[in-house]
Each structure stands twice: as C-alpha cells, then as structure tokens.
Design a protein. Structure first.
Length: 146
C-alpha cells in the first residue's frame, strides 16, 4: 500500500504529486560553497525531479545537509514516490529508468548526489553525461517512481 500521508504545509501527496516524472530539466548547483562540489547537490536533485526552482528547494530544506532522510522529507513534501530502501550499486545490473544515485568523489571521502534518468546522468556539478562523471564512483541507487 502506498503511503498517501500529506506533509504539513504541502498541497501535494503521493496521490497528488507535483508532477509525473516524464522528463528531467538539468539544474546546476551554482553554490559551490568552497567544496570540491557544490554545497547543494541534494536540493539540485530534488529540483530536477520536481521541476521546482532550485532556490525554492534550498529554502524548503532550510540549509540542512542533504542526507537521505532530508531528501525523503523534500520528496514527500512534493508527493514524489520512491523505493522505501536504496540498494547497493551493482555495475552488472542496469540502473532503474529514474533514480537518485549516491556517489563518492574519488580520494576524498566526500559523498555526492546525482540523478540517472533514462540512460543519462544528470550531475548537479558536471552536467548531463552518458556515463557516470569522471572521478565519481556510484555506491548506492535509490529508485524513484515516475
């Protein structure tokens, strides 16, 4: 059974999402925040999935670190459905058509979020790519239901 609980203050829920995910518009994380990557890769991913303005997503998330729990709250707010658990990445298994990918930046230990949508990688820092951006290693896959 799908949880249809409405998040306080949201006009959306799982039965009435902000939109059907049939496309993704790329969002660049312009914040950089002195890090190797932008400071808001997670909010940029939520913006790509929802079609909501990046700055509005940052405001909604109130500057919280983009943990999976925080991303879940944001996706719940917009009524976006997702798999209850993420899975360990296996390069021998094709990625779902729509998913959030958790990556590690080589030799840094820094985590990073991106989107995989129908054969393309949408990375908030490195753009739209045919392959996982160089220097990044996928370790977790979290399916999003369109």
């Amino acid at each position: 059974m799908i949880d249809t609980k409405q998040i306080k203050g949201s006009p959306y829920n799982k039965d009435n999402p902000i939109r059907k995910i049939d496309s993704v518009s790329y969002v660049y994380d312009y914040t950089k925040g002195g890090n190797i990557t932008g400071a808001y890769c997670g909010p940029a991913c939520v913006a790509m999935l929802t079609g909501v303005d990046f700055d509005e997503i940052i405001e909604l998330m109130k500057g919280e670190s983009a943990t999976k729990a925080v991303l879940k709250k944001a996706l719940d707010y917009y009524g976006i459905r997702y798999a209850p658990k993420s899975t360990k990445y296996n390069p021998d298994i094709p990625l779902p058509d729509v998913c959030i990918i958790r990556m590690m930046i080589a030799n840094t230990g820094i985590g990073h979020w991106g989107i995989f949508f129908k054969g393309k990688y949408y990375d908030p820092d490195w753009g739209i790519q045919d392959k996982c951006p160089p220097g990044l290693k996928i370790f977790q896959v979290w399916e999003i239901y369109p």
